[in-house]
Design a binder for this molecule. Structure first.
Ligand code: TYD
Length: 209
């Protein structure tokens, strides 16, 4: 009886939380810490990233790692296809099952990176919002480009074709001009714990957890 009733109870939809910023801002560390915090509150959490490791995402990654990007039109096409599959096969089913989804990059990355490569930022937003779930909250982890590059150098895994100073400055400028009510700028030039504290304050204020 109880089991039947439980299986008939619709899940409360989960929240979609997105982390954005130029490379080297510490997105993945912050995502892991936030996932730990949420799981300690009995929330089921999935973490993931874009571009995915599916065929469309890999095409963009492999080109960038070889030092030579695809044309910006091809990037847009591949990354939209990658995101379409991600939303349909992973993000939406997880949210519908009541899980929170924490993403390392989403369509704000396309607005910032392909926007900084010459595409119209508003048009990119529209193309994505035709099919992509709007985040419940997004964090733009903001650090100076020089600091991000120092961190990338310290990691020692070389630079891909996206990781050039002038280009990353242009990307940061696009992020700084975005205005969505659910997008929160986080000063990310502090310690890991300080940054996480700022993230959690927003989660509490905006999503009540
Ligand atoms: P990144 O998060 O840096 O992956 P990894 O840490 O595994 O190398 O993503 C790779 C690059 O893809 C990054 O420099 C930004 C770029 N990118 C876009 O240009 N547009 C997009 O829509 C997305 C999701 C990523």
């Amino acid at each position: 009886m109880t089991a039947t009733m439980e299986s008939e109870t619709p899940h409360l939809r989960g929240c979609l939380v997105v982390f954005e910023g130029i490379d080297g801002t510490g997105k993945s560390t912050q995502i892991e810490l936030l996932a730990r915090y949420l799981r300690a509150r009995d929330i089921e959490v999935e973490t993931d990233f874009e571009p995915t490791r599916g065929p469309w995402g890999m095409k963009v990654r492999q080109a960038a790692q070889s030092g030579e990007r695809l044309s910006v039109e091809d990037e847009v096409e591949c990354l939209l296809q990658d995101r379409r599959e991600h939303v349909k096969n992973f993000i939406e089913p997880a949210l519908a099952a009541g899980k929170w989804v924490l993403l390392d990059r989403y369509y704000l990355s396309m607005m910032a990176y392909q926007g900084a490569s010459g595409e119209d930022v508003e048009r990119l937003r529209e193309m994505n919002e035709e099919f992509a779930t709007i985040p419940d909250a997004a964090f733009w982890l903001d650090i100076p480009v020089e600091t991000a590059l120092e961190r990338m150098n310290a990691r020692g895994n070389g630079h891909d074709a996206f990781e050039k100073e002038d280009f990353l400055s242009a990307v940061a400028k696009v992020y700084s001009e975005m205005e969505m009510p659910w997008l929160h700028r986080i000063e990310a030039d502090g310690t890991i714990d300080e940054v996480q504290q700022r993230v959690r304050e927003v989660i509490l204020q905006e999503l009540g957890v």
